[in-house]
Design a protein around this ligand. Structure first.
Ligand code: FAD
Ligand code: NAG
Ligand code: NAG
Ligand code: NAG
Ligand code: NAG
Ligand code: NAG
Length: 506
């Protein structure tokens, strides 16, 4: 599998590929203002464990393929640093030759702004995947290129845990730099609320440590993709006290859309609050084996520390008359599998499909708006010859206590007052402009109905789910103090906009 992965320090192998480079690695030599980057020079400066992948090799193709094949960044070379210092070397090299660069990690970034990168170096952080637990067991130093499942597994082995994103193949830092939602946020807050200190390579190639004494600390926790490459982070970790989990997946016919979300509102928002040990998600998708006519509503009610979800939470839904109900029990490690985002599931494969989402944060459900968007979604998924039959509508209701506790101003993540993360994911095979336009129109139409139904006066989106043409106000909060603070940090730390491919601050 790795026969095309060249160890840079192995000069004979390198010499062979270097000759492939001379004619041109597409793009670079066409740039009139740039001397041709000399990768032999870079190779000589990197540590012996660094790797360079060049076009034409399987490893290169794999490293540039993405989960969402829409408006993708284009790289001419992939560098996999073997050490934090290798990241410094690569950024300095890129700056010397004025070559764009982009950190990549789990390949699940899907925002269309990434497509603005039309050539350059992909800095693939996968080798920076260490986990070192501190002696007192309260913190861990975590490599900037680790994936969620690897981190969870390493901590689990030491009877520890921390907040990570939910999908097993997504990186730890990708979600974290934009806030980072996860199963444990009810207890401890966002992924980024766990960060205590970062090692980060800034735009000029300097490697610095950023902790709460730095003005950048605030910005890295919510708008972090804009400021540097995080090579490692020290995070809070916790004793694993409640490994057990139970889920009840309750499938409803789309006819019940109003009743289901009316009830969800009453149980968890208007008449009560979401218990800290509970997460509830629902998905809509078309599965003709369950309902041949229309998309089904799958409600996942997930409870920590139990083997059966407390009937207080499930019985009201069962009373609505679902199609079926599937209780399962296991541990925290099973959550990915139960909700369809484990390593073996579709979202962890690179299929070549485009996967745009049109996210909106909501305070509560508007059952009327839910019914309207259900109808649009029904038409889009069940029409004859529709390109969107594989679409998924996601309603993520994480528990909130830990998220709200730090207060609104605590970090660059702007949306602690929101309760629900809602997004249609319009998966399609990218056959051209027509389907791309159709997805764009449908996604925006759906989002607009939810927005109008929310009564809000500005659009709140999760930057890590964003389509790409929302505004920085929608990604980072509309308050002028937030925008001002972020612009000032951007001017100070990234004045030449080197870190501006992913949801750039204005
Ligand atoms: C199936 C699926 C499940 C998801 N689940 C969750 C979830 O549970 N919670 C959640 O909050 N989000 C979730 N997301 C959204 C996720 O946060 C974003 O897709 C994120 O961009 C993925 O990061 P990545 O490293 O996998 O992707 P990449 O495309 O490799 O990286 C995305 C961007 O992050 C930046 N970046 C990554 N690592 C670093 C680093 N070390 N230093 C500096 N910049 C870096 C780069 O700008 C890069 O362009 C999910 C997405 C998908 C597709
Ligand atoms: C590229 O760098 C190598 C190593 O530093 C050097 O030997 C070679 O002459 C350089 N090539 C060009 C075209 O400058
Ligand atoms: C990360 O997890 C995957 C899947 O479980 C595994 O194959 C891989 O070896 C892990 N990597 C490390 C460095 O532990
Ligand atoms: C919520 O409160 C209203 C008004 O008291 C009541 O009619 C309704 O039945 C309650 N809903 C639930 C799910 O308890
Ligand atoms: C990505 O989409 C393009 C069309 O936009 C297509 O040519 C290419 O083959 C797709 N990539 C993969 C890996 O399927
Ligand atoms: C169906 C659903 O998502 N129900 C609740 C989930 O939890 C959030 C709060 O975290 C509630 O707002 C939802 O109503």
């Amino acid at each position: 599998m790795y026969q095309h992965k060249f160890k840079v320090a192995a000069l004979p192998a390198w010499a062979a590929i270097a000759t492939c480079l001379v004619p041109c690695v597409s793009g670079f030599c066409a740039r009139a203002d740039t001397r041709q980057a000399n990768y032999t020079e870079l190779a000589e400066q990197l540590s012996s464990s660094a790797l360079i992948y060049l076009p034409g090799s399987d490893t290169f193709e794999d490293a540039v393929a993405r989960w969402s094949n829409l408006s993708v960044p284009v790289a001419n070379v992939v560098v996999s640093p073997g050490s934090e210092e290798d990241v410094v070397t690569t950024v300095k090299f890129a700056n010397k030759y004025q070559v764009p660069f982009l950190a990549t990690n789990g390949f699940h970034g899907s925002i269309t702004t990434l497509g603005k990168m039309s050539s350059g170096i992909e800095i693939y952080l996968n080798q920076l995947n260490s986990v070192e637990i501190s002696e007192d067991g309260q913190t861990a130093k975590i490599g900037g290129g680790i994936r969620s499942k690897n981190l969870t597994d390493a901590l689990w082995a030491a009877s520890k845990q921390t907040v990570t994103g939910t999908c097993e193949c997504v990186s730890y830092l990708g979600p974290g730099l934009g806030g980072g939602h996860g199963w444990l946020q009810g207890h401890h807050g966002l992924v980024s609320d766990q960060f205590l200190s970062f090692n980060v390579v800034l735009a000029d190639g300097s490697l610095v440590t950023v902790d709460e004494s730095s003005d950048l600390f605030w910005g890295l926790k919510g708008a972090g993709h804009n400021f540097g490459i995080v090579t490692s982070v020290t995070s809070k970790i916790y004793d694993l006290t409640k490994p057990n989990y139970a889920v009840n997946t309750i499938f409803f016919s789309g006819d019940k859309v109003k009743e289901v979300y009316q009830l969800a509102n009453e149980l968890w928002i208007t008449n009560g609050t979401m218990p800290e040990d509970l997460n509830n998600w629902s998905y809509w998708f078309y599965d003709p084996t369950i309902d041949a006519d229309k998309p089904v509503i799958a409600m996942y009610i997930i409870q920590e520390g139990v083997d059966v979800v407390d009937s207080v939470h499930t019985q009201p839904f069962l009373d609505l008359g679902p199609i079926m109900s599937q209780p399962q029990s296991g541990t925290y490690l099973d959550l990915g599998k139960w909700t369809g985002i484990s390593l073996a599931d579709g979202p962890c494969q690179k299929t070549g499909n485009a996967n745009p989402r049109f996210p909106i944060y909501l305070k509560q459900y508007n059952p009327e708006a839910q019914a309207q968007v259900y109808e649009l979604f029904r038409q889009a998924t069940t029409n004859d010859s529709t390109p969107f039959s594989g679409a998924l509508f996601m309603f993520e209701g994480y528990s909130q206590q830990g998220l709200k506790a730090p207060g609104d101003e605590a970090s660059a993540f702007a949306y602690r007052s929101e309760n629900l993360l809602v997004a249609p994911l319009l998966t399609y095979a990218p056959t051209g402009q027509a389907v791309e336009q159709a997805a764009y129109q449908l996604g925006n139409q759906i989002r607009d109905i939810l927005y109008q139904g929310s009564g809000e006066s500005s659009l709140s989106t999760y930057v890590n789910y964003a389509y790409g043409d929302e505004t920085p106000k929608a990604w980072y909060g509309s308050e002028s103090w937030r925008q001002d603070r972020l612009s000032a940090l951007k001017k100070k730390y990234d004045p030449t906009a080197k870190f501006s491919f992913y949801a750039p601050i204005a």
